[in-house]
Design a protein around this ligand. Structure first.
Ligand code: HDE
Length: 739
């Protein structure tokens, strides 16, 4: 029996359709055709990079199926056999090639930051940094292509997006002066002060070596054993336990360079700087309940959110800013050691000054080629940006280049399209695995007299790695750190006291959950001692949750001045790209729905129409979600547009409790969606008969819940309620953490 061949238009014409003519997604009528995002790749990426996919040279240059060496093939469904029911023949080159290549499709995942999402974009300098650094990337209106990769840290490549974890925020600037990588995180401090301890902290957070569980989680003994023994980790850990550990979106995360770097101006003067990425949409988080639900319902939540937003034209933007410090010999600010990566400098003390804007405006064409193979390295520096003696940074300068040799299979990974500099290259590095350059000449050494003396050394004013003549303290070799590195608790306390009441509640809940998952009593007690050194109320609350007494603090809590900039609550942010769920019943009022959809669009937000079932809802409006597939976590607000009586399949996809709890006359899945949104302090509106749904759910009259007449009034209310991100006052608090 033969398998059904796809319908090939014309014979012997090409198998692939004329891709340029396709403008819309495929329909069931042409299921054999590739969708637009599966089109043959362009030879130049959206940021102007050669993707190596030039049809003349690379993988998809002709419409016919071929072997890897370009011979055309006729049948890719049957192996060559000695008779139809006989054994397969070893001589079947196509079979061997196809299976062998498949066998080697995977490369080692990153040892940390394995799971990520990438995007192309552009960085535009403001010119404001020109006085303190000669780096051309910051020149006024200078545009530089960038590629950004966001990531979680602990989980494997196939883990989930909403793990409680730090997030990576790595940016590759393809500058005219060479590639600059700013490899940062979404938290301004790190677990350890010395690179020597990095493998240890990573081993502690990774799954236990015996059973390889738990995946992508810090809620287990080894992590808490490490951070309670190495108390320098307490500051970073409290950031992880705060809402910052579960961001709402990659688009809504701050980024930090963490270490102090050195800027060098054209006249040779230097300053010390800390980098900050400030998202235009503000920094926001999901709640723990939302994280738990989402990790099951949509483990790709952050990846999807980033790609969808870019595809919809809601390009995420961040302003790059620097805190600037005098390059003094002691390298401290108000007692804060700038070389200690477990410390931040409060913005109230030293403000963040904007120096440029980054816009992410294109999704990758191919995940593996770009997001997986991109290789960052903090040692990729350009003239005007230099490192300091931060002992964590110093170790990183070695690690990144080293790790790529295993991960990308040899030393020539800078030749991969996504890693290729946009500046011209002429190095004397030769040969090695996967060498794809065809070097000319005979003398890859200098000086030489055989290749015309090339490559020449750069003139003094164009060189990178200018060794800043920093005076070194007269010293002896020793394995030790400065006394200023001994303060492990004061900034953890500073962070906790800077949070709003509801954020502090979340921190206490997170510690209680995580330590509750620990088995060893000694670990829990040791961590409680650390908490007692941060805040007595925090320690008491967590201890009560664990059912034990508060032990003696590791040390007395310090006197600190809070930094309000560290809280995510209290501001007003733009609505761009926010998602509003419009829940309709079978009798949707097309006019009001159309007005609401348009108004939400006009406000820069994304309307998602949620209907009892898929397909058209009203003239020109199609359901994007159904009662079955909608998830409250992806919605920043919910509007119930009219009555939503139970549909015939109302129990489908529901747990028994939600089904039983739903009030009469309301589809139980709508009831669940609205109740979740309400519990998560989101704006909830009822339009027309939608008000009766809110009444039936007994939420009418509570904060941020409003009944309005029509679509236009709904949009006006959303504009009023949503800039605060959530209706924070609706979260209940215990009163324990009030100031
Ligand atoms: Fe990394 N880190 N790291 N790290 N890191 C890696 O490099 C390392 C640190 C960060 O999307 C690895 O290519 C050491 C701080 C990001 O591809 C590896 C130390 C910060 C990414 C490595 C640190 C980071 C990595 C794994 C302590 C924030 C993902 C794969 C001395 C400022 C980049 C790879 C991407 C990845 C080593 C500490 C950020 C093993 C030794 C601090 C965002 O080389």
């Amino acid at each position: 029996m033969t398998t059904q061949q796809p319908d090939i238009p014309g014979t012997p014409g090409p198998r692939t359709p004329d891709l340029e003519e396709r403008t819309a997604p495929t329909s069931s009528d042409d299921a054999a055709m590739p969708a637009p995002d599966q089109r043959g790749p362009a030879s130049v990426s959206p940021t102007g990079q050669d993707t190596g996919a030039d049809p003349a040279t690379a993988a998809q240059g002709c419409p016919y199926l071929t072997t890897a060496h370009g011979t055309r093939l006729q049948d890719s469904d049957h192996s060559l056999k000695a008779g139809r029911r006989g054994p397969t023949l070893l001589q079947d080159h196509h079979l061997r090639e196809k299976i062998s290549h498949f066998d080697h499709e995977r490369i080692p995942e990153r040892v940390v930051h394995a799971r990520g999402a990438g995007a192309h974009g552009v960085f535009r300098g403001y010119g404001t940094a020109a006085k303190i650094t000669r780096a051309g990337v910051f020149a006024k209106d200078k545009e530089t292509p960038v590629f950004v990769r966001f990531s979680t840290v602990a989980g494997s490549r196939g883990s989930f997006d909403l793990a409680r974890d730090t997030r990576g925020f790595a940016t590759k600037f393809y500058t005219d002066e060479g590639t600059w990588d700013l490899v940062g995180n979404n938290m301004p401090v790190f677990f350890v002060q010395d690179a020597m301890k990095f493998p240890d902290v990573v081993h502690s957070v990774k799954p236990h070596p015996d059973r390889e569980i738990p995946q992508a989680q810090s809620a287990h003994d080894t992590f808490w054993d490490f951070v309670s023994l190495h108390t320098e980790a307490q500051h970073h850990t409290i950031w992880n336990m705060s809402d910052r550990g579960i961001p709402r979106s990659y688009r809504m995360m701050e980024g930090f360079g963490v270490h102090t770097y050195r800027f060098i101006a054209a006249d040779g003067t230097t300053s010390l700087v800390k980098f900050h990425w400030k998202p235009k949409l503000g920094a926001h988080s999901v709640t723990w309940e939302e994280a738990l639900v989402t990790n099951g319902a949509d483990p790709d939540f952050h990846r999807r959110d980033l790609a969808d937003a870019i595809e919809a034209g809601a390009f995420p933007e961040w302003e790059l800013g620097v805190q600037v410090f005098e390059d003094t010999e002691d390298q401290t600010v108000e007692g804060i050691d700038l070389l200690d990566p477990t410390k931040l400098v409060p913005e109230e003390l030293v403000p963040v000054q904007p120096i440029g804007l980054m816009t992410l405006n294109a999704n990758p064409t191919n995940y593996f080629a770009e997001t997986e193979q991109v290789a960052f390295n903090p040692a990729n520096l350009v003239p005007g940006i230099d490192v300091t003696n931060d002992p964590l940074l110093q170790g990183r300068l070695f690690s990144y280049l080293d790790t790529q040799i295993t991960r990308l299979g040899g030393p020539n990974w800078t030749q991969l399209p996504i890693n290729r500099p946009h500046a011209q290259v002429n190095d004397m590095l030769r040969d090695g695995m996967h060498q794809s350059a065809v070097h000319r000449g005979v003398a890859p050494y200098r000086p030489n007299s055989l290749d015309g003396g090339m490559p020449f050394e750069a003139p003094a004013d164009e060189r990178a790695f200018i060794d800043h003549p920093e005076p070194l303290p007269a010293s002896v070799k020793e394995r030790a750190h400065a006394a200023s590195f001994d303060d492990h608790f004061s900034q953890a306390r500073l962070f906790f006291l800077s949070l709003s009441e509801v954020e502090r509640e979340h921190v206490a809940q997170a510690y209680t959950f995580e330590l509750g998952k620990c088995f060893e009593e000694t670990v829990r007690v040791r961590q409680l001692r650390a908490l007692a050194a941060i805040d007595a109320r925090l320690a008491e609350t967590v201890a009560a949750g664990l059912g034990r007494e508060v032990p003696e603090p590791a040390e007395s809590p310090a006197d600190v001045t809070p930094s309000p900039a560290l809280s995510q609550v209290g501001g007003q942010w733009p609505l761009d790209g926010r998602q509003v769920g419009l829940v309709v019943g079978p009798e949707a009022d097309a006019g009001e729905l159309g007005t609401a959809v348009q108004g939400i669009h006009d406000a820069g937000m994304v309307p998602l129409v949620i209907a009892p079932r898929g397909g058209p809802v009203a003239d020109g409006i199609v359901a994007q979600r159904t009662y079955l597939t909608a998830a409250s976590v992806e919605l920043d607000a919910v509007v119930v547009m009219g009555a939503t009586p139970p549909a015939a399949d109302a129990q489908h996809g529901l747990d028994a409790k939600s089904a039983a709890d739903a009030p009469e006359g309301v589809d139980p899945r709508v009831a669940k969606l609205v109740q979740e949104a309400w519990r998560q302090a989101k704006a909830v509106l009822g339009v027309g008969e939608g008000a009766a749904v809110l009444d039936a759910l007994k939420i009418t009259g509570t904060l941020g819940v409003e009944s309005v007449e029509g679509g236009a009034a709904a949009v006006a209310k959303l504009r009023e309620l949503m800039p605060a991100h959530r209706v924070w006052e609706r979260f209940g608090t215990t009163g324990r953490f009030a100031d």
